[in-house]
Design a protein around this ligand. Structure first.
Ligand code: CLR
Length: 265
């Protein structure tokens, strides 16, 4: 009965207990995020798979291309806002986001909601013909011609393509998008930065936990690279919006969805 041995044993016991408690916490957090993701995505992966044969015809593409610039912008702003609305619903169901004050929730959504829409876009992407599910059918970049921002469209499609080939599981996608949403900790306007930081750390741990459990630890680095691209894509989106607003102030003022203007305007 060596008292030291007993002490060491107790210590080891405590440590292993602590580890499982932490892991259990991560499992619970990811499970909750996955549930929120599933409840707030319009289409399940198998539904999207079944819709793949639906592509726009030449005539339909032509109809989109014949719209005026402001008409097409308004149309896309409405579609984009629909997608953003699902992301807002997703955010509200994430433990750690829910508990933040309203000011910080809005600050995070301003930078993160477009980023999450773009990550989610990769679920709707078909790499075989480089099309995305938009307005009920699969559309290529040419359909967006009358937006007159082909550089943004090309960059957004390339991003979706590069993310799509990583073949994330729905669980990985869910936790990754939660992390993207909580990522803006260096924004100056946050009231309770520490709380946001804590939430981000928890979700980050949950992500690396599931990636390692899936034996896909190498994905972590690839996902971080994608996060940097997201930031420049969103900056480009805001820049294009400024340009458009200068040309068509009234369209933005009276025809764009209020939520779109609140988040990006
Ligand atoms: C994202 C996934 C959604 C469906 C959807 C709807 C609108 C699409 C969006 C996706 C991706 C980004 C998109 C947008 C319409 C316009 C926008 C292609 C596919 C591009 C980036 C242009 C931004 C400028 C507009 C505000 C005019 O489930």
């Amino acid at each position: 009965k060596d008292p030291y041995l007993i002490k060491i044993q107790n210590c080891v016991l405590k440590m292993s207990e602590g580890l499982t408690v932490l892991e259990r916490h991560e499992e619970e957090l990811s499970a909750s995020i996955v549930r929120s993701h599933r409840e707030t995505t319009q289409y399940r992966p198998e539904e999207l798979q079944a819709l793949r044969w639906k592509v726009f015809s030449r005539e339909e593409i032509h109809a989109y291309q014949s719209k005026s610039v402001d008409e097409m912008w308004q149309h896309c702003a409405v579609r984009l806002t629909d997608a953003v609305q699902y992301v807002v619903e997703f955010a509200k169901r994430i433990p750690g986001f829910r508990q933040l004050c309203q000011n910080d929730q809005i600050a995070l959504l301003k930078s993160g909601s477009m980023e999450v829409v773009l990550v989610r876009m990769s679920r709707m992407f078909n790499t075989e013909n480089n099309t995305v599910f938009f307005d009920g059918k699969f559309a290529g970049t040419e359909l967006f011609k009358s937006l007159a921002c082909s550089d943004l469209i090309a960059a957004v499609f390339e991003f979706a393509h590069n993310l799509c080939v990583l073949r994330l599981t729905e669980q990985q996608m869910a936790v990754f998008t939660a992390l993207v949403l909580l990522n803006a900790v260096d924004r100056p306007c946050l009231e309770d930065r520490e709380r946001v930081q804590r939430a981000r750390r928890d979700v980050g741990l949950a992500l690396s936990h599931i990636l390692h459990r899936d034996n896909q630890g190498s994905l972590q680095h690839k996902l971080f690279q994608r996060v940097q691209e997201l930031e420049s894509l969103c900056a480009l989106h805001i820049e294009k919006l400024r340009w458009f607003r200068q040309l068509y102030p009234l369209t933005v003022h009276s025809l764009f969805p209020p939520l779109y203007k609140e988040l990006f305007g």
